[in-house]
Write a protein that binds this ligand. Structure first.
Ligand SMILES: NC(=O)C1=CN([C@@H]2O[C@H](COP(=O)(O)OP(=O)(O)OC[C@H]3O[C@@H](n4cnc5c(N)ncnc54)[C@H](OP(=O)(O)O)[C@@H]3O)[C@@H](O)[C@H]2O)C=CC1
Ligand SMILES: [Cu+2]
Length: 474
């Protein structure tokens, strides 16, 4: 069928109706949902079933016939049957000759079979034109119409006309087709819905690892230390005090981890004197998960803000304030106002608020709807310049919070430095390296390299842009 289905409306004439007819093999969950959506979009639907007389719960207006009768009535046939049952199509090979067979199937595991389901179907009926599509859209989404998260339909086939006919149907259903090339790509398309947050895996592992490590560190230096050396049980601090140490520390480290790969990339390019060479794989991987790292860092910063807001209503804090006042009354003394301390606490809170504000701004600008509304330069400005500003503000917040505590040896428990110092190592390293890299002499060189300039290592000759056609990765 070469009819353009993109502006499908229910047609009245017989021939047009035939062109507008699709066949669906299988009256299961998916077949029914797909048929329902097709009928809604103005197609005529004919089901092919093993038992046409006993098929039930089918959408109103659909016809049910045997497989071969149904296949005869349409040029496009959707196979909404599990792969294990595909063998029934071999008996229909005559009637399926030259027809478009759409494979919508999914598997239970990644790489479950040696060949993809669509390639298997193509082997069973070599004279049909097999197209892989729709496997990323669930039956529930088709039926309920809540297609926001899964509007994208990956389509691939060895027959270009067949592929475009299916892509037209995809559009007619209000979905977005993505051409994924030939049927060789069908394995990838079939694996896609089975992947669980693929780009989030590494950032989540890093975040979980850091959270556990910092939590254990705080547990040892606060609670276990007090229990053993002072015989004091302060385990209640786990719920809020320790949590409110872990979240900001991990958040700041993760934020710094977003900016390290850019610094490493600049150092590597400076060293090689070229941008036309691939970065090591680990650096590529790291660069690809910067957005996810940043969003996790933001969520931890948000938790830190919420935990900080509840401090005044904590029983422990109110008890401490009251007992301090009573002690002063009993001793008949008044503590003098410490101007430096007032400045320090206000400055640290102010930096925290500003840092959090820019953190949120960064998060918002990384949303596709917002980043699509700005051009590439604006996006780079926000993510890089404002990103570094956020890092500076948050590092300043932690530095002023800690002040000179790291100098006082009494705060080292079992020779372990106070927890806040852990949050500063990576951000300070990134900021120092960045400061070095923006020195005019280095900055000029990096800018030149990124514009295509190259230092030839062999003869010490310098090539201009375009002289050496190598792979570009950034
Ligand atoms: N459910 C979902 O959300 C999604 C499903 N898919 C894919 O759609 C396909 C169908 O899934 P679903 O509808 O959930 O599965 P079901 O098991 O609900 O239905 C499959 C249908 O296949 C037919 N069938 C069963 N056994 C045979 C057989 N031996 N020979 C011929 N036909 C048979 C039956 O229809 P009849 O009795 O009329 O012959 C049955 O209703 C699968 O490949 C699945 O991976 C893809 C994306 C999402
Ligand atoms: Cu803070």
């Amino acid at each position: 069928m070469e009819a353009n289905c993109s502006n499908m409306t229910p047609l009245s004439s017989d021939s047009a109706e035939k062109e507008n007819t699709v066949c669906i093999f299988g009256t299961g969950d998916y077949g029914r949902s797909l048929g329902f959506k097709m009928l809604q979009s103005g197609f005529s639907v004919i089901y092919g079933s093993r038992n046409p007389s006993s098929a039930s719960l089918l959408p109103k207006g659909a016809e049910v016939l045997s497989h071969s009768e149904a296949a005869r009535k349409s040029q496009i046939i959707f196979v909404a049957v599990q792969r294990d049952h595909y063998s029934f199509v071999t008996k229909l090979s005559k009637v399926l000759e030259g027809k478009i067979l759409v494979d919508v199937s999914n598997n239970l595991k990644i790489n479950q079979y040696s060949e993809s389901n669509a390639e298997y179907l193509a082997q069973l009926v070599p004279d049909a034109k097999v197209v892989k599509a729709f496997n990323t859209v669930s039956a529930w989404a088709l039926q309920s119409g809540t297609l926001d998260a899964s509007r994208q339909v990956f389509v691939c086939s060895n027959d270009s006309k067949a592929k475009h006919a299916v892509m037209d149907i995809v559009r007619a259903l209000g979905l977005i087709p993505h051409d994924h090339g030939s049927l060789a790509a069908s394995k990838e398309v079939e694996n896609y819905p089975l992947q669980l947050f693929p780009t989030w895996r590494l950032p989540l592992y890093i975040c979980a690892g850091l959270t556990v490590l910092i939590f254990l560190y705080c547990l040892i230096t606060d609670i276990i230390y007090s229990a053993i050396t002072e015989e004091k049980d302060i385990s209640f601090r786990i719920a809020i005090s320790i949590a409110n140490k872990v979240f900001p520390i991990v958040s700041l480290i993760l934020l710094a981890l977003v900016y390290i790969p850019g610094v490493f990339a600049a150092i590597i390019q400076l060293y090689r004197g070229s941008k036309y060479k691939r970065f090591p794989d680990w650096l590529d991987q790291w660069m690809l998960c910067r957005k996810q790292l940043g969003l996790i860092a933001l969520s931890y910063a948000l938790l830190h803000a919420i935990y900080t807001l509840v401090i005044p209503i904590r029983y422990y804090v109110r008890y401490r304030i009251n007992s301090n006042i009573i002690t002063q009354i009993l001793k008949n003394e008044t503590r003098t106002f410490d101007n430096t301390l007032a400045w320090r606490t206000d400055a640290y809170i102010a930096l925290g608020i500003l840092g959090f504000f820019f953190y949120v701004l960064l998060g918002i600008t990384s949303l596709p709807s917002v980043s699509n509304a700005v051009n590439w330069r604006e996006f780079r400005f926000v993510q890089s310049k404002l990103g570094y500003l956020t890092l500076v503000l948050c590092t300043g917040h932690a530095l002023i919070f800690g002040w000179d505590k790291f100098l006082s040896f009494s705060r080292y428990r079992w020779y372990l430095p106070p927890a806040y110092t852990l949050s500063l190592v990576v951000p300070c390293t990134v900021l120092v390296l960045k400061l070095i890299l923006i020195l005019p002499c280095l900055d000029r060189r990096i800018t030149k390299i990124r514009q295509g300039w190259e230092k030839s290592s062999s003869a010490g000759k310098e090539f201009e842009n375009g002289d050496v056609p190598l792979q570009t990765k950034m």
